[in-house]
Write a protein that binds this ligand. Structure first.
Ligand code: ATP
Length: 237
């Protein structure tokens, strides 16, 4: 079943044509990775899906519903979680308050507590730092918090923008293990990464974005063997 579908989507920043008609499908239970170099349009794709900007043409559907003109909070409520580039946590709020903000529409305290506990089961370190300010967490802990916050509304699909950015290799592995675990537990994932090797190691399928266009799409296995991908994104000759 299709969870998220982009059909011929265009996006502009003023006169800059950042997405030039991209089509992407994410099916239930998949990890789909979007790879590409700096400025290819990866973050723009996620921003366009999450309603932070609206497409200038094309269709975006979530569980069959047109979301292309909806506002970000309504899209979140429709089942899409977004962990933005740079994590976007609130530095002057505590870990607990950051998580509560993630559950902004939930009034049932037991449910909030339950979802927090789910986040702590994935990232026990967050529980030890409940009253610490977000801004004083390490980069890896901030990424953990951003993911746990993204789960507070129990999204069917979670989009992650460069979760490995700025993290030491051991933390990158931890974060990718958690993404895999989340997927095993039923969350569909759209993952944007510059670290193509890591992304393709956990993804089922992938798309390669170059200057606003999808140039290749295939299974992760095939992408790893694709000469263009090997040369441009995996550092092989
Ligand atoms: P990176 O990994 O560097 O974030 P990316 O693939 O996510 O790269 P985008 O941030 O989506 O790339 O940028 C796509 C294009 O849109 C780039 O040419 C970029 O300069 C342009 N762009 C991005 N944000 C803006 C903005 N706020 N105003 C104008 N142009 C922008």
């Amino acid at each position: 079943m299709s969870v998220l579908s982009l059909a011929n989507v265009h996006s502009h920043y003023g006169h800059i044509h950042a997405l030039k008609g991209i089509s992407v499908e994410v099916n239930e239970g998949e990890i789909v990775s979007l790879i590409g170099s700096n400025g290819a349009g990866k973050s723009t794709t996620l921003r366009t899906i999450s309603g932070m900007m609206h497409p200038s043409a094309g269709a975006i559907t979530l569980y069959g519903k047109d979301i292309s003109k909806m506002e970000p909070h309504a899209i979140v409520l429709a089942g899409l979680g977004h962990v933005p580039e740079g994590r976007g946590i609130f530095p002057k709020l505590t870990v607990k308050e950051n998580l509560e903000m993630g559950a902004f529409t939930v009034t049932d305290h037991r449910l909030i507590q339950e979802r927090m506990e789910y986040g702590f089961s994935l990232f026990p370190r967050l529980k030890e730092r409940l009253s610490q300010y977000g801004g004083t967490l390490s980069g890896g802990e901030q990424q953990m918090l951003a993911i746990a916050r993204g789960l507070m509304l129990d999204p069917g699909i979670l989009m992650l923008d460069e979760p490995s950015m700025g993290l030491a290799p051991v933390l990158v592995e931890l974060i990718f293990d958690i993404i895999k675990t989340l997927n095993d537990k039923g969350t569909t994932i759209l993952l944007v990464e510059q670290n193509a090797l890591m992304a393709l190691s956990i993804a089922h399928r992938g798309y390669v974005l170059q200057t606003g266009e999808i140039v290749v799409s295939d299974t992760a296995e095939n992408l790893k063997k694709n000469p263009l991908v090997q040369k441009a994104y995996l550092g092989m000759d």
